[in-house]
Ligand binder design. Sequence first.
Ligand SMILES: [Zn+2]
Length: 283
Amino acid sequence: MSLKRLRTGFSIAGIICISVGLFCGARYMGWLEQDSSPLGNLARFVYGPDVRREMNRLKIVKETTPEIPRITAICYHEVRPDRREDSLNVDPETFRRHIREFKEAGYSFIGVNDLRQYKTGLKNLPEKAAFITFDDGYADNYNYAYPILREEHVPGIFFVVSSTVGGKNRMTASQLREMQANGMEIESHTVNHENLAAMNEKEIDFELRESKSSLEKILGKPVCVLAYPGGKADEEVLESVRKYYDMAFVASVSPERKQTMYTLQRYGVFNWNEHIESIFKNR
Ligand SMILES: [Zn+2]
């Protein structure tokens, strides 16, 4: 082999090594985790979804409040193929991709009873536990999200605004019952979807008690989990919630903020979250 050919060979090998090194380094630094560019997709293809950021958050949760379940709770709103410009709407194929990426990243999907059994010491949770929730009770949840959840064998938790059941663009009582019969869980998102923190004690009590009892009538089972409208709750709200519910969810995530069973944190999902690692950047 001529010296010239040898030199060319070394140069090409050098360039390949440097490129691979830069690629691995960029992935290690987390620079490719949100990216839907060809490089980001290549990183996802080689390594799978990057959930290290979320694993770090769960580690902090465990250190600060060991009694709180280590779960990755996710909050969707609308799931429909049109209205892509609506920030709270995720199109169904993106939703399905999220579910598959959770699986690919080693997640198991859990429901309300798993949390309850964890709380009472009856059950451990998987290290990577995803809790998939939907707020507000939109009709598209039944039309698009529910069939995907069934196909993928995932329990979905639907927080429904009780006064809107059967209303325009909302799920009906019989749809809720059908979903429940097929492994979905229906819980409360109050009666009127108004800010509880801005109400007096009597109004708060009504929103919590009435939504619980009317959903229980529809579903024929106890309703003991709440999602705060707008994620807002103060001490007065929490005190009333404890009377009727055994756990409640906010709609944001902050590793620094202490959680209790009444302020369980969830990641909101928006229309720009193409992949799950991008959801983990939402605060
Ligand atoms: Zn809501």
